[in-house]
Design a protein around this ligand. Structure first.
Ligand SMILES: *Cc1c(COP(=O)(O)O)cnc(C)c1O
Length: 381
């Protein structure tokens, strides 16, 4: 069967372990504080006002307008209404893009480690996954390795920056290298940019579509869930040239058709009126990153710098654990803290086996408590 082996996810397994052991869950990446109140209020009003039936498949025009204004304001992009489609989270935008563009036996290049819906969706489409691996300690893109993967069967390059799970924000040079290869080999790029607003220090996000020659070949994917700490609302969107967006919308029509009627005007309100939320979230997450990274380093773990996203990665060999999976089982049992063994994100399992991914998008007290539990458990090991 096409989806054999994709039955469960590492998150489900680790979240079940967290519940079973009554642990603090730093596994799954969702914030434990909701986005702006004003946005929630608009959704509540929309529900009470009767906006409870199917919205247009393409998206509520108010939200389409707000997305166009957001792209113009942040990235200088002038998009037509036919260059935007609203989706059920970024997850559906990814699924629809792959299903629309990848025929059986087409090759899709992913950047390993990768968000776990990519391999599942490529399998759905009957495509073949090829990956370059980001390697510790820098997790930079090896452009030579990337070029070597490209064959006449390569159809899509699936990019993700800021990158989950490594926390890398790809530099302009890396993105320019990816763009150059995509143009030279005439590839379509699906660029998952759900962490576009979650970058730290002096790292800034550069949308691939804004690089010369990329606008016409790139589908860019965003998530209101990530940008406004409303992950349960599942509102996302794809932008790009009208022909590609039309193809994505064609697939999306048969997945969900439409979604989130009362949430769409609320996200429009967020984009139009809660601009300052991005900056607040960025500072708050950066502070939490520092708290968790410093704490993990003090426990003796090797910690890799998170330049963006919700996640920081560690190498557990410095604490003499054989691999991340053993470490995660051990801390769940002895410290009642759950994290994710990064190997679950790697096609090349060996390359990921020493690493563990920790989500820092949690309240500071919770991060502090997790660190205290880990310190106690590791001391008595
Ligand atoms: C969270 C996440 C998504 C999914 O976003 P939703 O809007 O919740 O569907 C997609 N890609 C990456 C890399 C993510 O981390």
């Amino acid at each position: 069967m096409r989806l054999s082996g994709y039955g469960s996810t590492i998150f489900a397994e680790m979240s079940a372990l967290a519940t079973h052991t009554n642990s603090i869950n730093l596994g799954q990446g969702f914030p434990d504080e909701s986005g702006p109140n004003s946005v929630i209020e608009v959704a509540a009003q929309a529900m009470r006002g009767g906006l409870n039936q199917y919205p247009p498949g393409h998206g509520n025009p108010v939200l389409i307008e707000a997305i166009r204004a957001h792209q113009a304001r942040h990235y200088g992009q002038e998009l037509g209404t036919d260059q935007v489609v609203v989706t059920t989270g970024a997850t559906e935008a990814i699924a629809a893009s792959i299903l629309a563009l990848v025929d059986p036996d087409d090759e899709v290049i992913t950047i390993d480690p990768a968000y776990d819906s990519y391999p599942a969706m490529i399998a759905f489409a009957g495509g073949v996954r090829r990956s370059i691996t980001l390697r510790a300690p820098d997790f930079t893109v090896d452009l030579e390795a990337l070029e070597q993967l490209i064959t006449p069967a390569t159809k899509v390059l699936l990019c993700n920056s800021p990158h989950n799970p490594t926390g890398r924000v790809f530099s302009r040079a890396e993105l320019a290298g990816i763009a150059e290869l995509a143009i030279r080999h005439d590839l379509i790029v699906v660029s998952d940019e759900v962490y576009e607003h979650l970058t730290f220090d002096d790292h800034t996000h550069i949308p691939l579509a804004t690089l010369p020659g990329m606008t016409e070949r790139t589908i860019t994917i965003s998530s209101a869930g990530k940008s406004f700490s409303l992950t349960g609302w599942k509102i996302g969107w794809a932008t790009g040239p009208a022909s590609l967006v039309d193809a994505v919308e064609g697939a999306k029509n048969w997945l969900s058709y439409s979604s989130g009627a009362p949430f769409q005007p609320a996200i429009a309100h967020a984009l139009n009126n809660e601009e300052s939320f991005h900056q607040r979230l960025r500072y708050s997450l950066q502070h939490k990153r520092d708290l968790l990274s410093t704490g993990l380093r003090e426990l003796g773990l090797e910690v890799f710098e998170a330049q963006g996203t919700y996640f920081v990665n560690t190498d557990v060999r410095s604490l003499e654990f054989a691999n991340g999976a053993d470490f995660c089982r051990w801390i769940a049992e002895h410290a009642r803290v759950v994290a994710i063994p990064s190997q679950g994100f790697f096609a090349e399992v060996e390359a990921g086996s020493p690493f563990v991914r920790w989500a820092f998008c949690k309240r500071e007290e919770l991060l502090g408590e997790a660190l205290a539990r880990l310190a106690t458990a590791l001391r008595s090991r």
